[in-house]
Design a protein around this ligand. Structure first.
Ligand code: BG6
Ligand code: MG
Length: 215
């Protein structure tokens, strides 16, 4: 293997709780009930697609114009970004910093393949942005996860093929995208089982870098 491709939310840091808090506040306001189980479906899914799923869940998908939906998504994002202000390097998930430093020491390039438009801001807050060689801009994608496009672009951005990369994901949609382009998938277990992954771990500390390179 010649490089690593990381999802952000749920792999590098646990922002799922903030996404949930912000969506829940919006859903409450719209009179739609969502819970943590429903929230699992939103992992890895873009902001607009998440809003569509929430509206559909409340049978309100036809009640808003495109402009109104964009305003709702922006409102959620403002609440979310507010919650991100307190992120610090302490919010990196266990093993992440050491893994990234070891990858750098071994000349293994690392890319971010996240649906989040807030990825650069979050990586700066966590003080790890310099450890990544590339961040795919989700605005350039024609399809979101589970489509493999973002993972193909991530591999390209660090000059390798998907088959030469290991992808890390915490969401089913992401694992599906990784597998669909022939990339090796490591699932980070937090809630839902990730059956399609080549292997699963709870934290990156469980992995041996030399074994990954030798794959
Ligand atoms: C993904 C999250 O990483 O990014 C999703 O798992 C989120 O929950 C998506 O909707 C888009 O994020 P953002 O920050 O652009 O709203
Ligand atoms: Mg994720």
């Amino acid at each position: 293997m010649k490089g690593f491709v990381f999802d952000l939310d749920g792999v590098i840091t646990d922002t799922a709780k903030y996404h949930y808090e912000a969506w829940k506040a919006l859903a409450d306001k719209l009179g739609i009930e969502i819970d943590l189980k429903f929230n699992e479906q939103l992992k890895g899914i873009s902001r607009m697609d998440s809003l569509e799923r929430i509206l559909a869940h409340g049978n309100k998908q036809d009640q808003y114009s495109q402009a109104q939906k964009e305003a709702l998504a922006a409102e959620k994002n403002e609440a979310y970004v507010q919650l991100l202000q307190n992120l610090t390097p302490d919010d990196l998930l266990p093993g992440v910093k050491d893994f990234l430093l070891e990858a750098k020491a071994k000349n293994m390039p690392c890319a971010i393949a996240s649906a989040s438009k807030n990825a650069p801001f979050i990586l700066e807050k966590l003080e790890v942005i310099d450890l990544f060689d590339a961040i795919v801009d989700p605005a350039t994608l024609s399809k979101g996860k589970p489509d493999p496009e973002i993972f193909v672009k991530a591999a390209q951005s660090i000059g390798i093929t998907p088959e030469e990369a290991i992808g890390f994901e915490d969401a089913q949609a992401g694992i599906a995208g990784i597998k669909a382009c022939g990339m090796y998938a490591i699932g980070i277990l937090a809630g839902e089982p990730l059956d399609q992954a080549n292997q699963t771990v709870h934290t990156l500390s469980e992995l041996n870098m030399n074994e990954l390179i030798a794959l």
